[in-house]
Design a protein around this ligand. Structure first.
Ligand SMILES: [Zn+2]
Length: 407
């Protein structure tokens, strides 16, 4: 089976996750695919194939050398985004893409006018949707690439490699992919998530993240008799917002610039609540931001009385760079693997978080490598076959280069 057939088969399973659900995995249909994948890995001759009751699949490609070399792993998630239907996906291959509009269904076009990334892939074979569902290349392309690479290594015994572990997990799209990941059982020195976008992407910096919940207590009095007595929590909320830096918001920042994002406000005269998220790649600046928003609350209290404004700041996740920096060989090996596979690296900081960030803080350094898909989470999602093949080659090269690394 080639990588295209493998990927197309995976897209036939609806594996949408659900953020409203409390079960693990969040939807039982994910387990249907997990069982299929479990059988496939056994059928392809991988060893120690396990599927736990939470939907986590682990498997091993044994070493074909005697030397002791680092055990590394590759990880992908099999759920698809709750933002768009993943049922009844009808993928289609556009061979030798010419650079024009692609009609997905009557009146629905995937057009380079709207998605200029398409033009980087002229002459390639694009797997597209029918315009009514997502494709699920995020992240079933990653799974197809990993499985195909393992099958390739099994068939090409002249390529020497150490023990390789693979893992596939549910519920990444609802931020729960790393929660039940058994780092100890996985047993790798480091690993890679194959969950990035366009060919060449390599990510090992993400935001440090915190949330802040602000509660403001007002005093409600009949407006006709309010002089000198009313304290309007709605106006205090507006004042609080005005004390935050107006040019440090998601819509005014990019690259390494951090921000405060007002995600919600509910206000009445009696009480107001504000919700913020705080993001910064730099740990020092991140701590400064948390101190700043607390100081705004203190200033409000100094003006309106102690206890008027209360604030709760909670850390959410941290920048994995902290954990990668002391082990830069994890990145150097990818750069070398990309070079040998003829892929130009595109390194960029993630303005968000990843499962790999959480895994890095659980003791498994885990950068993110491209899987090739573009326009995730919607009906315009597509993946060039050539990008998937490159990703698979990068995995094979990484296995090979890691075996030479200790020498
Ligand atoms: Zn993904």
């Amino acid at each position: 089976m080639n990588i295209i057939e493998r990927f197309l088969k995976y897209t036939q399973f609806d594996t949408q996750s659900n953020e409203e659900s409390d079960s693990v995995p969040s939807t039982s249909k994910q387990l249907v695919f997990a069982r299929f994948l479990y059988e496939e890995l056994k059928h392809e001759g991988l060893e120690d194939v396990t599927l736990d009751d939470k939907g986590y699949i682990y498997a091993t490609l044994p070493a074909n050398i005697k030397d002791k070399v680092p055990v590394i792993g590759f990880i992908s998630h099999y759920d698809t985004s709750p933002d768009c239907s993943g049922a009844d996906i009808k993928p289609r291959i556009v061979n030798n893409y010419s650079g024009g509009d692609i009609e997905l269904s009557e009146g629905i076009y995937l057009s380079p006018g709207k998605f200029p990334e398409l033009l980087q892939h002229t002459g390639e074979d694009l797997i597209v949707t029918d315009g009514h569902t997502l494709l699920g290349a995020d992240d079933k392309a990653g799974i197809a690439e990993i499985v195909q690479a393992m099958v390739f290594l099994k068939a090409n015994k002249h390529i020497k490699h150490g023990k390789i572990r693979v893992a596939f997990n549910p519920d990444e799209e609802i931020g729960m992919g790393a929660h039940h990941f058994d780092v100890e059982k996985f047993g790798c020195e480091w690993a890679y998530t194959m969950d990035g976008g366009d060919v060449g992407e390599l990510e090992y910096e993400n935001f440090n993240a915190a949330s802040a919940k602000i509660t403001i207590k007002g005093v409600s009095v009949h407006p006709g008799y309010a002089k000198g007595k009313m304290l309007n929590a709605s106006l205090l909320a507006a004042e609080f917002v005005s004390m935050m830096p107006a040019n440090e918001t998601p819509e005014t920042t990019e690259g390494y610039q951090g921000f405060y994002h007002l995600t919600g406000m509910q206000t009445q005269t009696e009480q107001a609540r504000l919700s913020y998220i705080i993001r910064d790649h730099d740990r020092e600046k991140f701590e400064d931001r948390k101190r700043f928003i607390k100081r705004v609350a203190e200033e409000m209290n100094a003006k309106y009385g102690e206890g008027t404004v209360s604030i709760e700041v909670c850390d959410q996740y941290y920048n994995m760079k902290e954990k990668i920096d002391p082990q830069m060989h994890v990145i150097d090996l990818v750069l070398k693997a990309m070079q040998e596979a003829g892929v130009a690296p595109k390194i960029k900081p993630i303005r968000g978080g990843t499962d790999g960030a959480q895994l890095s803080f659980k003791g498994l350094p885990c950068p993110n490598i491209f899987a090739g898909g573009i326009n995730f989470h919607g009906p315009y999602e597509f993946v060039p076959v050539q990008s998937m093949e490159k990703a698979m080659q990068v995995i094979v090269k990484l296995c090979e280069l890691t075996a030479q690394y200790n020498k």
